[in-house]
Design a protein around this ligand. Structure first.
Ligand SMILES: Cc1cc2nc3c(=O)[nH]c(=O)nc-3n(C[C@H](O)[C@H](O)[C@H](O)COP(=O)(O)O)c2cc1C
Length: 397
């Protein structure tokens, strides 16, 4: 376990703020340095004096503090800590963060942060179930914010349901689990489809949404890796803290990858078009009743093969994806051998057409010596499982 974590704890205005005092105590007991921001709401529930006594640190409350801001305290507080934990997280602070509003010290630090952020929400069940709160949470999750709880049970207001802040022990366990070790690896992830221009308005493309690859980039980013995401045209949200290179065609993707130095792990989740149009028309091809346009195709560069056979700088692990409509395992094994990559994540898209753009995936992980089935799980879970398998394999070798 990482015993030298530094946490910036934001205590916002919820009745569960009293539990945050216990949280500070057990974080400190685990050798974690805790700096605290107390919001205007938070101040009503716990005193700065209790927080300062338990954390043995100065408590931050004011954005426009001449003393703290003479050294840009709102930036420094995020930079000098490993992560930000908002506990309790009020409906209010999550709504402001989801909307990108920075109106006090806590919300400004959250917006200016480049570190992982964890919310431990606490509120009345109706506040939690309110579609606006749920919409804010969805937005936050899409932007790579982490959530611990809430739990279901009897609430301080006398009602019953979802909205209890997780117990400090559970919050500590989650934080320790997800921050075990920062991995010092350069990860390349490719994602999304590629578009091969036919003319300025038409293209040859495919149904890939980019979701699975983006989740993989997020999973590695959350482990502290240095991630480069090369992304084809995708409508999915990518968190702003992921270094993303947007491309259109397979050739663009290839050129972008060649520029990335020292790749330790390559995860090629993009659905790269095998073919490109030989000579795309400079102008829109006009419809004609007599002539059918002829489209000649030629092969695109094979990116997976290029990475796997790169003698000078081959990544330690090259991982490909295979979307198959028949003979899943046989075809995926053939791809593994032909491309000389290390692992293939294969999925049968004929059985599960909703894999394209959906939230779930069913994967067969194929290595040179093994086949492992990951039955239907979310794309986020696939990504987290893959990331921890990669780390395990790197540590073993
Ligand atoms: C007695 C009391 C208890 C409250 N408990 C909660 C709570 O558990 N969760 C929550 O989201 N808001 C709760 N609120 C409302 C927040 O304190 C309010 O939205 C405040 O503006 C939050 O400010 P902050 O997010 O800047 O801390 C409570 C208010 C009162 C008066």
């Amino acid at each position: 376990m990482n015993k030298n974590l530094k946490i910036l704890l934001i205590i916002s205005g919820g009745i569960a703020a009293y539990k945050s005092l216990e949280l500070i105590r057990i974080l400190k007991k685990n050798n974690i340095k805790v700096q605290v921001i107390l919001t205007k709401g938070g101040e009503k529930f716990v005193t700065a004096l209790s927080v300062a006594s338990l954390s043995e640190e100065k408590v931050y409350q004011d954005l426009f503090s001449l003393k703290d801001e003479s050294e840009m305290g709102h930036i420094r507080l995020s930079r000098e800590n490993d992560l930000i934990l908002v506990a309790p997280a009020s409906a209010n602070i999550m709504a402001h963060t989801a909307a990108g509003i920075a109106y006090d010290l806590a919300t400004t630090v959250l917006l200016a942060s480049n570190k992982p952020i964890y919310f431990a929400p606490s509120m009345n069940v109706e506040m939690w179930n309110n579609p606006i709160t749920q919409k804010n949470i969805k937005t936050l999750k899409e932007n790579n914010y982490n959530f611990i709880g809430p739990e279901s049970g009897s609430l301080a207001c006398g009602e019953h349901g979802n909205g209890r802040m997780s117990e400090p022990e559970k919050i500590l366990k989650y934080i320790m689990e997800t921050n075990k070790k920062k991995i010092n690896l350069n990860i390349l992830v490719t994602a999304g489809p590629t578009y091969e221009a036919i003319d300025p308005v038409r293209y040859l493309g495919n149904k890939s949404s980019g979701k699975q690859g983006i989740e993989i980039a997020k999973a590695f980013q959350n482990l502290g890796a240095n991630v480069s995401l090369v992304l084809g045209p995708s409508k999915e949200n990518v968190p702003s803290n992921i270094n993303t290179i947007n491309i259109q065609s397979a050739k663009d993707m290839f050129e972008a990858i060649k520029k990335i130095k020292n790749i330790d792990i390559a995860v090629c989740a993009a659905a790269v078009s095998d073919w490109k149009i030989d000579s795309p028309s400079k102008n829109k091809i006009k419809k004609s009743d007599t002539d059918k346009p002829k489209i000649n195709l030629s092969l695109n560069p094979d990116i997976l093969y290029y990475l796997s056979t790169n003698k000078k700088n081959r990544p330690k692990l090259v991982i490909g994806f295979a979307a198959e409509t028949e003979d899943l395992i046989k075809n995926a094994q053939e791809k593994l051998n032909k491309k000389n990559c290390d692992w293939i994540l294969a999925n049968d898209v004929s059985k599960n057409p909703e894999i394209f753009g959906g939230d779930n995936n069913s994967i067969s992980l194929i290595t040179k010596s093994n086949i492992e089935e990951w039955n239907t799980i979310t794309k986020k879970e696939v990504a987290e499982k893959l990331a921890s398998k990669v780390i395990e394999s790197i540590e073993k070798n």
